[in-house]
Design a protein around this ligand. Structure first.
Ligand SMILES: [Zn+2]
Ligand SMILES: [Zn+2]
Length: 288
């Protein structure tokens, strides 16, 4: 029985939360992915989806005063990827340790997150004032957490100061690989070529696909991909499976279902294993 890497989306939306009856299937919370590996808790981005994950963890914390260590990897620090952190319930308990990772210098990470805990916007005095222990870790080349080798590459998120990164999580024993490329515009560029190589033959590629082809024409340079660009990146990288995410807030479940059907029928994408990411579903990656 080989080991598996599983992931669960707690948030699949880009920009703003959009909970309503038309988004109930694919989800209305902003970006958050949980990796389930061994018994470790690894999270990618803390959009509002992380608040629901926090509540699931609470009984453990309250019942046993059990200490909890959470590893959080930030792709970048735009609102839709950080906003849930002050509402992540475990941050209020001294038995919690939050290890926050990014390729940015620790001072920049802290500065970006301090804003969320500034007394003008909340009754706090900076992220360090929270009861939990918060550690900032700047990733150099790569690091290992929970038997996963984690590396990164820059993404094209519209403008250089967006400082946005793709992550690769590689299980050391089995070689199972997950690449997360959220907030990336897959237009022709050296950065996109680099991402295609980075994701080569990965077991799962999670890729930004915010726009339809029609919408993309109005948003060239805004730092997000069309569904077609994301699928083309999937083909070029030979990803074994692809989940499209960072759904536009106005995109309904029916529109996503229809897009999946339409692209599946296109000659170029026939046989391609892809879908739009759904909140709350657990996706399993396993070496057969
Ligand atoms: Zn975003
Ligand atoms: Zn962004």
């Amino acid at each position: 029985m080989g080991s598996a890497l599983r992931l669960k989306f707690w948030g699949t939306r880009g920009l703003i939360s959009s909970p309503n009856k038309d988004t109930a299937i694919y989800g209305g919370n902003t970006s958050c992915i949980q990796l389930l590996h061994k018994s470790d808790l690894i999270i990618i981005d803390t959009g509002f989806g992380v608040t629901n994950l926090g509540e699931v963890l609470m009984p453990r914390i309250l019942a046993g005063q059990e200490s909890l260590t959470v590893h959080i990897f930030y792709t970048h620090f735009h609102w839709d990827h950080i906003q849930g952190l002050p509402f992540f319930h475990p941050i209020y308990f001294p038995t919690s340790t939050l290890n926050l990772y990014s390729p940015l210098p620790t001072e920049s990470m802290k500065e970006n997150l301090d804003l969320l805990f500034d007394g003008s916007y909340s009754p706090f005095a900076g992220v360090d004032s929270m009861p939990s222990k918060v550690n900032f870790i700047s990733i150099k080349d790569s690091l290992e957490v929970s038997g996963l080798k984690i590396s990164h590459r820059p993404l094209d998120h519209g403008w250089p100061q967006a400082n946005t990164f793709a992550y690769k999580f590689e299980e050391e024993n089995t070689g199972i690989t997950l690449v997360v490329a959220s907030d990336h515009e897959a237009r022709p560029s050296p950065i996109n070529d680099q991402l295609i190589s980075f994701a080569h033959a990965c077991d799962l590629l999670v890729h930004d696909a915010q726009y339809t082809e029609q919408e993309y024409k109005d948003y060239v340079g805004w730092g997000h991909s069309s569904m077609k660009q994301a699928l083309d990146n999937s083909l070029k990288s030979k990803a074994k499976r692809t989940l499209l995410s960072h759904h536009d807030p106005k995109r309904t479940d029916n529109e996503l279902k229809k897009a999946k059907k339409d692209y599946s029928q296109q000659e170029s994408y026939k046989g391609l294993d892809f879908d739009f990411a759904k909140e709350s579903v657990i996706y399993t990656l396993e070496k057969k």
